[in-house]
Design a protein around this ligand. Structure first.
Ligand code: HEC
Length: 195
């Protein structure tokens, strides 16, 4: 099947040093297929990951942010399930957690599991923009009973760690809606990595 779809990657050189990539699609974000979202992601990926890695991470373990692109990519394409501000999401899980995470709720998630989720939005005109990097870390039992032993973290597209009330801003939704699957929402079924 032939799909009419075009993507433009424009590189604007700023002051001759910093490069900024603009990624656009001729389809509004709300109407995009998984494949179209994937094409946008491929354009955006490098600059988005470079953005997250910039600057000091303070209370967010720096290696989470620098290492996650090498972890298992648990979602095969970006999907926008409506949560997380309607953004497109791409989920990565570290070695400690990959086997359990990829059972989609069957196996117990071990302490040491870290999950990082990139996000981006595509507006009505098809312009793509990076969103925050969301991170969840499973810590030892009893360390954070209020959040079911999950630590929640967020890094802005600029690389700055974001101070949020993780209980209200993250945990309430995750525990409240996904308490039966260990606090995890998981990517939509169409994009789950099968192995
Ligand atoms: C309104 C509900 C809601 C809120 C608030 C929320 N999330 Fe999520 N989160 C979800 C859903 C739904 C998913 C699964 C969707 C997907 O990945 O496609 C998810 C997935 C995740 C994942 C991937 C692991 C998983 O659950 O499969 C991480 C990491 C994550 N969220 C971190 C955060 C952080 C950090 C915050 C707070 C800054 C937060 N979330 C706030 C609903 C929420």
């Amino acid at each position: 099947m032939l799909k009419r779809f075009a993507i433009a990657a424009t590189v604007i050189l700023m002051g001759g040093s910093a490069a900024h990539a603009a990624c656009t699609s001729d389809t509004p974000g709300d109407d995009m297929s998984f494949d179209q979202a994937q094409t946008v992601y491929e354009c955006l990926k490098e600059s988005m990951q470079a953005g997250y890695a910039k600057g000091p991470k303070r209370w967010v373990p720096e290696e989470f942010v620098t290492d996650y692109p090498g972890w298992t990519q648990a979602s095969t394409k970006p999907a926008a399930p409506g949560f997380h501000g309607g953004r497109f999401l791409v989920t990565y899980v570290n070695d400690a957690g990959a086997d359990a995470y990829l059972t989609w709720g069957e196996a117990a998630i071990p302490a040491g599991t870290v999950i990082a989720k990139e996000s981006f939005m595509v507006d009505d005109k098809g312009n793509a923009k990076a969103g925050p990097l969301f991170i969840m870390q499973k810590v030892e039992a009893g360390k954070s009973p209020k959040t079911d032993d999950w630590y929640y973290m967020m890094v802005a597209p600029s690389g700055a760690p974001q101070g949020v009330n993780v209980f209200q801003a993250c945990s309430e939704c995750h525990q409240g809606n996904f308490g039966e699957t260990q606090g995890l929402g998981y990517p939509v079924e169409e994009v789950r990595l099968e192995r």
